[in-house]
Design a protein around this ligand. Structure first.
Ligand SMILES: [Zn+2]
Length: 71
């Protein structure tokens, strides 16, 4: 019953991906999650995972990934 905060942090992005993964691999949702001094960015398509220096950069990269912004 030793639940460290490390495992809890690891579960959050996985739970998020599970909740939005039912769409069948399309880019329906992106997450920008603080990870230490950086931000980890995920997409519901499961094919996009990057790190960003700021939440704003992560959101920008997510929009570029989904095609709503030019690269
Ligand atoms: Zn995607």
């Amino acid at each position: 019953m030793d639940e460290g905060y490390d495992s809890a942090l690891e579960e959050k992005p996985l739970e998020f991906l599970t909740s939005i993964a039912n769409s069948g691999g399309t880019c329906d949702g992106q997450a920008v999650i603080p990870d230490g001094e950086r931000y980890r960015c995920w997409c519901s398509c499961g094919e996009w995972s990057v790190e960003a220096d700021s939440q704003a950069e992560g959101l920008h990269l997510a929009r570029v990934h989904t095609g709503s912004l030019p690269a």
